[in-house]
Ligand binder design. Structure first.
Ligand SMILES: NC(=O)C1=CN([C@@H]2O[C@H](COP(=O)(O)OP(=O)(O)OC[C@H]3O[C@@H](n4cnc5c(N)ncnc54)[C@H](O)[C@@H]3O)[C@@H](O)[C@H]2O)C=CC1
Ligand SMILES: O=C([O-])CC(=O)C(=O)O
Length: 265
């Protein structure tokens, strides 16, 4: 049987989008080709034309979102209503119940989410079939500079900048935290998507000057079992808020969507 090739547009040519786009442009993912790139700044040296979002929706079967939470909130529904599929990296956009419900109900395009920087999401989601979890905890530890936010007061910024060890900069739930760290804590929202409840996921965000690797620890406990997933990622050199593995998680998802045989679902 002849498989069709999925025409993919990448929205956001940064740490994630650039790697995803280059792999696609080099023909390294059978069943998918890079058609265009959308970014809100002019790009040079890209392997395909830069397009407007309207053009990309017209030309592509699927858009990979690697731009930011605000793109998902503003344009996600529009993409899906035009019949284009959307693979979302900025899962933090989904912590707003109303926005999430709209996105999940929109179509005929289909929305997908990358597991991104965390593993074990498949099992956390599978456990919903057994009644879910009593408790779910996520601890994210990153370099202090990647966690600085405009809302932080001088005292907290000073503690982060002069820290010689770990400093907890926020404790909350997966509903509160991704809004406060829009470029750094999508994993909290991804865990919430998997367990189906952002209020159930307790999140601790830790700044640590020794965290040359970004650490995410998920601990979940239920009647059916206890789970602990821990990852230590090398950050992207150009954007240390994002781990180098993330575009490859996106590509793995794309391979599954485009029907490459042998994918682990
Ligand atoms: N799900 C996960 O585990 C992870 C998700 N992320 C999220 O993925 C997204 C992309 O991450 P990175 O590639 O590291 O970001 P980046 O900052 O390196 O690149 C973002 C790119 O998107 C462009 N952009 C921003 N807003 C745009 C808009 N409205 N329309 C078009 N282009 C726009 C920027 O000009 C930039 O080129 C971020 O929201 C980030 O927080 C990052 C790491 C892990
Ligand atoms: O890349 C990572 O390790 C995680 C990250 O930035 C996020 O959760 O937004």
């Amino acid at each position: 049987m002849q498989r069709t090739v999925t025409r993919v547009g990448v929205v956001g040519w940064g740490a994630i989008g650039r790697t995803v786009g280059q792999v696609l442009a080099q023909g390294r993912l059978a069943g998918a080709e890079l058609t265009c790139v959308v970014d809100n700044r002019p790009l040079h040296d890209i392997p395909v034309p830069q397009a407007t979002l309207e053009q990309a929706i017209e030309e592509c079967d699927l858009l990979v979102e690697a731009a930011g939470q605000s793109f998902v909130r503003e344009w996600g529904t529009r993409v899906l209503e035009a019949g284009t599929d959307l693979l979302v990296a900025s899962t933090g956009a989904l912590t707003d119940d109303e926005a999430a419900a709209k996105l999940l109900a929109a179509g005929p395009g289909r929305v997908y989410f990358t597991g991104g920087a965390v593993g074990g999401i498949d099992l956390l989601q599978a456990a919903r079939g057994l009644g879910g979890f009593r408790s779910v905890r996520l601890t994210t530890t990153k370099l202090p500079a990647t966690l600085e936010q405009p809302w932080m007061d001088a005292e907290l910024l000073d503690r982060m900048r002069t820290a010689t060890g770990p400093v907890e900069v926020m404790r909350g739930t997966a509903r509160d935290v991704p809004v406060k760290f829009p470029r750094s804590t999508n994993v909290a929202a991804t865990v919430a998507l998997a367990v189906g409840d952002p209020d159930r996921v307790e999140v601790s965000v830790v700044a640590d000057p020794a965290a040359v690797r970004t650490r995410h620890v998920i601990e979940a406990d239920g009647d059916h079992g206890s789970y602990r997933f821990e990852v230590d990622h090398v950050p992207d050199p150009g954007n240390p808020a994002t781990s180098r593995i993330v575009p490859h998680a996106v590509l793995r998802g794309l391979a599954a969507i485009t029907g490459t045989a042998g994918q682990i679902l």
